[in-house]
Design a protein around this ligand. Structure first.
Ligand SMILES: Cc1cc2nc3c(=O)[nH]c(=O)nc-3n(C[C@H](O)[C@H](O)[C@H](O)COP(=O)(O)O)c2cc1C
Length: 165
């Protein structure tokens, strides 16, 4: 089963966390997960994917203009309707708007007809309510790595439950 992570990243934090999500997804048997920057999305792969996770840095308590522009102009081609969709962000501050950014991407996915999911508290610790957040090197972003990998495996497990034949 194909699964995709699509991210915007300028200084690498959101890319690195997206790669960890892919690692977690690929730990689930039968998963074929890949990450794509918004500048180089393999549209055919994402159209075939059953699960798509969007990632953005937080700029001024929102997703970046580039990610919003991608969602508005390109996400329509990805056939998100009926897919399992999640979202994550990276930010500088704990109160810097990270979860607002996750909501922006999940809301957009719902508008496109996707099924939004995070796992929430259903799996116990680490509890990830809306999606994983990484606080940049002001807090050593590496300490959030495990959450991203676990989140990736949870998203893939749920996609398998819903869509594996
Ligand atoms: C123009 C700009 C605005 C930012 N605004 C915020 C913000 O409002 N809140 C916050 O917590 N971090 C903010 N940041 C920090 C970034 O979200 C953070 O460093 C992020 O991890 C960068 O992701 P990247 O390495 O993938 O590009 C801002 C960074 C830039 C460059």
């Amino acid at each position: 089963m194909k699964l995709a992570v699509i991210y915007h990243s300028v200084t690498g934090n959101t890319k690195n966390m997206g790669d960890l999500i892919v690692k977690g997804m690929n730990s689930v048997e039968g998963a074929e997960a890949k990450a794509f920057p918004i500048e180089a999305v393999d549209t055919e792969f994402v159209q075939e994917a059953k699960c798509v996770v969007f990632g953005s840095p937080i700029y001024a308590a929102h997703i970046t203009g580039q990610m919003m522009s991608f969602l508005l102009s390109d996400a329509g081609k990805l056939k998100l309707a009926g897919k399992l969709v999640g979202a994550y962000t990276t930010a500088q501050y704990v109160h810097g708007g990270a979860e607002l950014g996750i909501r922006e991407m999940l809301d957009h996915a719902m508008v496109m007809g996707a099924l939004t999911y995070s796992g929430g508290g259903a799996y116990g610790n680490p509890i990830i309510h809306l999606g994983p957040v990484g606080i940049d090197n002001t807090m050593d972003i590496g300490q959030f790595a495990e959450n991203f990998e676990i989140y990736g495996s949870r998203m893939a497990q749920k996609a398998m439950e819903l869509f594996a034949k």
